[in-house]
Design a protein around this ligand. Structure first.
Ligand SMILES: Cc1ncc(COP(=O)(O)O)c(C=O)c1O
Length: 404
């Protein structure tokens, strides 16, 4: 099967080697077509109309909620809240629950490998509520330090961790971590940033045992402007709303407001209707491939890439994160000798190869690694071995241009 054929961007950009899916993924034709279907056939607002095209749009929107809830094995569709992205999802949890339960005697625990969107909201909450922010370190191979009982205590109210790092690639043993943390403090709320996990691995929220999961549609073949919070229904009910306004209320009086039940309590205003509707096509596409196959394809590509980088460049390239492909997602971030990551990325771009250069919204991690920035190549279902080969060839050009 030639997966690239399903992605119109390759036809429109012949020769494109797209190695930046960690930032955002490409979109298959079925997703684009579904968005066009909404905008051209029933582009009405949802929940408000009693007329046919509004009812059709509402049904398509709610269908996506069902498809997404089944994809992550939620107990009910009511546990799936649509936001704009992972960042908004985590802020929703920090404001809606964090503000309510964290006070000056408490601790919030996170890790040094977090993306800023699962770090800054918690740091800010700790500042505002006078709580302590504790940060789990990594070891030299890019694994989270074990023995979380050294960090998590009975005073820890929230544990916010990434499932998979967007720089190191490390896939954290979330299920075990949740179990350990809940042994120490059964009340602890575990928030999982799954922005780099749900697109790439089979995720079962009930099996993980966490309290919240956050991820973005645009990183899993879907449109931009759609994120997800999964949370247990009871917890969602107990939370403050995040945004106030239309569509999240049942009744409004001059002196009080009655909010809707979750998930609608958290979806104030007109959402990204066409994008949510098209999102289900992305999930269907992934389902048709099978998440085990998606994972295995990426694991093989990363293994090949790690081997080639090491064979061709030896210690001129310093790769961050675990060397065992079983423990990492489709991300390879590295320093290339004394070359500035932006120069490396610009020379690769001349060859049609798109990679990321910078701190990838993970400054505390880069500081910990002693690097101000890195080059990052990331893989997804449409990449193949020939992309890795072109990438390696591109890096040889970098050495030729900039000198060894
Ligand atoms: C691990 C991780 N968390 C959170 C985010 C933020 O996602 P978004 O920009 O969709 O809010 C990213 C984006 O790269 C990420 O890689």
């Amino acid at each position: 099967m030639n997966i690239k054929q399903d992605f119109p961007i390759f036809k429109n950009n012949p020769g494109l080697v797209y190695l930046d899916s960690t930032a955002t993924s490409l979109k298959p034709r079925s997703v684009i077509d579904k968005a066009v279907e909404y905008y051209s056939q029933y582009s009405a607002n949802i929940f408000r109309g009693v007329y046919k095209i509004s009812e059709k749009a509402t049904q398509e929107y709610e269908d996506t909620r069902r498809v997404v809830s089944e994809f992550i094995k939620a107990k009910s569709e009511n546990e799936v809240v649509f936001t704009r992205n992972t960042t908004e999802s985590i802020n929703l949890i920090a404001y809606g629950l964090g503000r309510k339960i964290v006070d000056g005697n408490d601790e919030i625990v996170t890790s040094i490998m977090e993306h800023h969107s699962n770090f800054v909201p918690w740091q800010q909450l700790a500042f505002e509520n006078g709580a302590a922010l504790k940060v789990i370190d990594i070891d030299e191979d890019g694994y989270l330090l074990k023995n979380i009982n050294r960090v998590v205590t009975k005073r820890s109210k929230i544990l916010a961790l990434t499932y998979a790092s967007n720089v190191l690639g490390t896939i954290n043993p979330i299920k075990n971590i949740v179990r350990e943390a809940k042994k120490i403090n059964p009340e602890i709320i575990v928030v999982v940033d799954a922005a780099q996990a749900v697109p790439h691995l089979k995720v079962d929220v009930q099996d993980l045992g966490c309290d919240f999961l956050a991820f973005s549609s645009h990183k899993m073949l879907g449109p931009t402007g759609v994120g997800v919070v999964w949370g247990k229904e009871k917890t969602l009910k107990d939370m403050f709303p995040f945004m106030y306004g239309g569509e999240m209320i049942d009744e409004v009086y001059v002196d009080r407001t009655v909010f809707k039940e979750p998930p609608h309590k958290f979806e104030a205003g007109t959402p990204s209707i066409g994008e949510v509707i098209a999102f289900k096509e992305a999930v269907s596409y992934l389902n048709s491939l099978g998440m085990d196959k998606v994972r295995e394809h990426e694991r093989r590509l990363v293994q090949f890439c790690l081997q080639e980088l090491s064979n061709q460049f030896g210690d001129r390239i310093k790769i961050f994160g675990p060397t065992n492909s079983e423990d990492r997602g489709g991300v390879v971030a590295f320093e290339f000798g004394r070359f500035h990551p932006h120069d490396v990325a610009s020379i690769l771009d001349e060859e049609g190869i798109a990679v990321r250069a910078g701190h990838h919204c993970a400054m505390p991690l880069h500081t910990r690694l002693g690097a101000s920035a890195s080059v990052r190549a990331s893989f997804y279902i449409y990449n193949d071995e020939s992309d890795v080969e072109k990438f390696i060839k591109g890096l040889k050009k970098v050495e030729n241009v900039l000198g060894k």
